[in-house]
Design a protein around this ligand. Structure first.
Ligand code: NAD
Length: 515
């Protein structure tokens, strides 16, 4: 299917035009008088549509309206807030195919991955509904007679959500659905590379909000990262900034938000490794590694970028993996059977080619792929052939996240050595071991094992479920989103002490007699 045909199927359904407002401040800001940016498809380089960008005045209007909405939303009981989120999930179910296809067109994911992204939004809405009845606090025993103590969790305010291109709507939903159930208002600055997806998503969810008669809860500010992103990071009206993106930008945001003592959730780059031991189910390991390395053309934060193979299976595993790399279908992600679509833009292709040159220069051996891929009829798309490179763990390039399908392969002898190699990078997002050896698996999960936020046994580094807390350590930023108790980030904790006695005993036995 070509882009023109795909666009015809979805643009009307998603209420998108040739030129779209990128600013929602309770209503959609007018198109006139604002600069626009063009959204191009990485599939064939064609223009999809234009989007207006926010001025500083627009941004201020968004923030003012968000504060007004918060005053109402925070007092709606959480289970009722949950019912709205549930309905948003249901509405998204109706748009799964159309929105999924837009994800394919605008950021180049395969059709199944595009729909998977929308499914993730639906899943987190379901999760947030359950959560809306479970914002539990502790009851604490008091040291004073006739006193009662407990903790309660209260809404935090308007929160800023800045998202990356590679999960153009799911990451927003991880934040927004939990935040809405928690009683917060969400101000979203999406990646400019996924602006149409953000507009379509905002239209879908706001129709539900309107139907319920609530004030606007989900605001949108499309614009340049260096402008809108910076306004948000520096704005004390946003007590929390949830940022998903690259490490250098994340560091800048962390600094700016820390200067005003705000909170951050940082979901930054990964450099994820899979260890394959000498006692492993080869079929599972090959599938897991191939999916981890190739899915989304290597543009997942959880992409497998390093493969650490036991010397006893090194040659056999690598030969089989090379076969998979040779056969994998690269091309138009709208076509069934294609597993590797385009990179997001020409800069990403350049980064891919440069990283491979650097790897060779630093002593790596290219054993497959790496070059540009020419797809007939899609000459202006941004396609590359995934690369397999035998590498040394100390090479500088191996320690970097290149957002492209490059897999560095390394050899180990003992499990201790494998973990040394594994942990010897600045990032700490996801990790995997493929093994049937219980001792190796447990070592991998022990305090001496993986130093990542996510550790998987016999499944890929990529493809997390929403039920777990998602995020990573070290330069990945330490943030946690999505499931488990990540909701606590979106609320403020209050410790309450109630005296129901007839005296005023003080803590620690302190006396303060004023008679
Ligand atoms: P990016 O850092 O280029 O952009 C991310 C967002 O930041 C965009 O919305 C961008 O407009 C905005 N931005 C740019 N400059 C800014 C500034 N000065 N202040 C505030 N905001 C600014 O990242 P990307 O290329 O869109 O995404 C890829 C990166 O995201 C990879 O490093 C990937 O690993 C990471 N990522 C991490 C996770 C995770 O959960 N850990 C998930 C997805 C992506």
């Amino acid at each position: 299917m070509n882009i023109t045909e795909a666009k015809k199927q979805i643009m009307g359904k998603l209420e998108l035009d040739d030129v779209n407002s990128g600013i929602f401040y309770g209503e959609w800001a007018k198109i006139e008088g604002r600069d626009t940016m063009v959204s191009y498809s990485p599939i064939d380089g064609s223009q999809i549509a234009e989007v207006t960008m926010a001025t500083e005045e627009d941004y201020q209007k968004v923030l003012d309206r968000a504060q007004e909405s918060f005053k109402i939303w925070r007092d709606i009981p959480a289970p009722q807030r949950g019912l709205l989120v549930k309905e948003i999930g249901n509405e998204l179910r109706k748009y799964k195919t159309a929105l999924g296809k837009l994800v394919s067109i605008e950021v180049g994911k395969t059709i199944v991955e595009g729909e998977g992204e929308v499914q993730e939004m639906i899943d987190i809405a379901d999760f947030a509904l359950g959560l809306s009845r479970q914002f539990y606090g502790l009851t604490i025993v008091s040291e004073r007679p006739h006193h009662r103590m407990y903790e309660q969790w209260l809404p935090l305010g308007s929160i800023g959500v800045i998202t990356s291109f590679n999960f153009p709507c799911a990451v927003w939903a991880w934040n927004a659905m939990i935040a809405a159930a928690a009683g917060d208002i969400c101000v979203w600055k999406p990646s400019s590379k996924g602006a149409l997806i953000a507009i379509a998503t905002t239209k879908i969810v706001n129709r539900v909000v309107e139907k319920f008669g609530y004030p606007p809860l989900f605001f949108l500010v499309v614009g340049r990262g260096r402008e809108v992103g910076e306004w948000m990071a520096n704005d004390p009206a946003l007590p929390l900034i949830s940022f998903t993106g690259s490490i250098p930008t994340g560091k800048r945001i962390a600094e700016n938000v820390a200067k005003r003592l705000g909170r951050t959730i940082l979901e930054l780059g990964g450099n994820n490794a899979a260890i394959v031991t000498d006692q492993t189910d080869m079929t599972i390991a090959l599938r897991g590694v191939a999916f981890g390395a190739l899915a989304t053309a290597g543009q997942r934060c959880t992409t497998t970028r390093r493969l650490i193979l036991h010397q006893a299976i090194y040659d056999e595993f690598l030969t089989k993996l090379k076969n998979i790399f040779e056969k994998v279908k690269i091309g138009n992600p709208l076509e069934p059977g294609v597993l590797v679509g385009p990179l997001i833009d020409e800069k990403a292709v350049e980064n891919h080619l440069n990283a491979i040159q650097q790897a060779i220069h630093q002593g790596g051996k290219l054993i497959f792929g790496g070059e540009k891929a020419n797809i007939p009829g899609l000459e202006n798309g941004h396609y590359v052939i995934p690369a397999l490179i035998e590498a040394n763990p100390d090479m500088d390039i191996v320690k970097e996240e290149t957002f492209a399908p490059i897999l560095y392969v390394m050899k180990y002898r003992t499990i201790e050595e494998a973990l040394e190699i594994h942990n010897n990078v600045p990032q700490g997002l996801s990790s995997a071991i493929f093994t049937n050896n219980l001792r190796d698996e447990e070592y991998f999960l022990s305090p001496s094992g993986s130093d990542c936020g996510i550790a998987n046994a016999n499944t890929s580094t990529a493809g997390a479920e929403i039920g777990g807390a998602f995020g990573g350590e070290k330069e990945t930023g330490g943030g946690r989103e999505s499931g488990s108790d990540a909701w606590k980030n979106y609320m403020r904790r209050q410790t309450v002490t109630i005296n129901y006695g007839k005296d005023l005993p003080l803590s620690q036995g302190v006396k303060f007699d004023i008679d």
